[in-house]
Structures are given as C-alpha cells and as structure tokens.
Design a protein around this ligand. Structure first.
Ligand code: ZN
Length: 101
C-alpha cells in the first residue's frame, strides 16, 4: 500500500508531503524530516507555514498508510490536494495584500 508522509504545522497545514511505495522506497517520518531539513536549509522552502506563519520548530511529522495500492492510483487525489493547498495559499496572500492596502 502507498504511504503518505507529511510535515504539518500545528494547524495541520501541509508544509511538505511525499507519497511513496515502501516496497520501492524507504522514507517514513525520519526520512521526511531529513528531506525537509535539507530543502528548508537550501532556501527552497520557507522556514514557516505559508498559510499561518507557524515556525519550523513547531512542525510535526506523520507517516500513514493510504487506501491506494499504487502511486498511479493515488496521483489524481494527490494532485487535487496540492492544487487545493495552492489555491488556499494564493487566497490567503491576496487577502493579506488587500489588508495592507
Ligand atoms: Zn499553518
């Protein structure tokens, strides 16, 4: 079964998520934690939640089993989840920009 490892802020906004098949990849909570540290340290991801501003030291990590047997089966749901997160982030940025003006 496909696993979903997530880095979440205290409000459960997803900072980073990775779906993986444990038959072909080892990730889990510690693997994702290391990956998040690498990408945040590289400057590719801000060290705060883009939606609520929660700082990196408050983020938590989870790894769960999904209902999907393959990555291909999970892909439409994962893409919709990512699009929804992007829409929420854009709406929040627009609202903040409007509040500043
Ligand atoms: Zn947040």
């Amino acid at each position: 079964m496909i696993h979903l490892a997530q880095c979440l802020c205290p409000a459960r906004h997803c900072i980073v998520a990775a779906a993986y098949d444990p038959a072909t990849r080892t990730l889990g909570v510690e693997g994702l934690r290391a990956e998040v540290a690498r990408i945040v340290d590289s400057g590719n991801v801000d060290p705060w939640c883009g939606l609520c501003g929660a700082k990196r030291d408050s983020w938590t990590y989870e790894d769960g089993v999904t209902r999907w047997k393959t990555i291909e089966e999970a892909r439409p749901f994962l893409e919709e989840l990512e699009a929804a997160q992007q829409r929420a982030a854009l709406a929040l940025r627009a609202r903040r920009a409007a509040e500043r003006n």
